[in-house]
Design a binder for this molecule. Structure first.
Ligand code: PEP
Length: 248
């Protein structure tokens, strides 16, 4: 079995202005001794300033979305290349809020992930079922279809991380049972094994996301196929975020 490095990523969503950079600096300082990878995916407006205020020893600054083209007539959008220019090292794609609110399809998410990888950045591809799909017994079909169609052919264990985020668990304080998380992660790894081979599947990192807090993180991280977490609300405050990192 390959030893995978843990990965903890925070997603600040549409939160954070220049006056919150001090919180990022705190996370940067407190995380220096951590052995895994840590990222904070910030609003585009503070990426550059955040980068100026960190030591670059451990914390990776990232973004939460991008356009799939490199440049052009796409008013209001930014490309992976532009985010890299601002200092982003990692970009999330396919977050359920992008899929649901902005109607992003697997195909568009795959193109975005491809553009991120082609810009030599890391992409976190998010997938996850709705509560209705879960109740209908469709979790596995839903997340496997999403992953199969959102992961570009150039994805591998060094340029792609997968985040399983049940939509009904995001921001709700509810999480699946540990057994359910383990089963989904195993299925996703086995899907990647079928598509890309066992070596890539064993090395690729799969994160769990959805209401991860300092008090439930340890049990989730203990699961064999869980390599870390994507964290929303609890990444906004350094105490909560570090509380999770400290148990990882
Ligand atoms: C998220 O939005 O990706 C997320 C996991 O949010 P939370 O941790 O707040 O549930």
């Amino acid at each position: 079995m390959n030893k995978r490095k843990n990965f903890i990523a925070g997603n600040w969503k549409m939160n954070g202005t220049l006056d919150t950079i001090s919180e990022i600096s705190k996370i940067d300082k407190l995380s220096e001794g951590y052995e895994g990878d840590i990222a904070l995916c910030l609003p585009n407006t503070i990426i550059s300033k955040a980068n100026e205020n960190i030591s670059h020893k451990k914390l990776l600054i990232g973004a939460q979305n991008c356009h799939h083209e490199e440049s052009g007539a796409y008013t209001g959008d930014v490309s992976a290349k532009m985010l890299k220019d601002a200092g982003a090292k990692v970009i999330i794609v396919g977050h359920s809020e992008r899929r649901q609110i902005y109607k992003e399809t697997n195909e568009i998410i795959s193109k975005k992930a491809e553009s991120i990888i082609n810009s030599d950045l890391l992409t976190i591809i998010c997938i996850g079922e709705t509560e209705e799909e879960k109740n209908m017994g469709l979790t596995s079909t839903t997340v496997c279809t999403q992953l199969k169609n959102s992961m570009p052919s150039i994805s591998n264990e060094t340029n792609t991380v997968v985040a399983y985020e049940p939509i009904w668990a995001i921001g709700t304080g509810r999480i699946p049972s540990l057994k359910e998380i383990e089963v989904v992660h195993k299925e996703l790894r086995s899907l990647v094994s079928k598509i890309k081979g066992i070596d890539t599947a064993n090395k690729m990192r799969f994160l769990y996301g959805g209401s991860v807090k300092p008090n439930n993180a340890r049990d989730i991280f203990d699961l064999t196929d869980v390599d870390g977490a994507l964290i929303g609300g609890a990444s906004l405050k350094s105490d909560d975020f570090m509380g999770i990192i400290n148990v990882c």
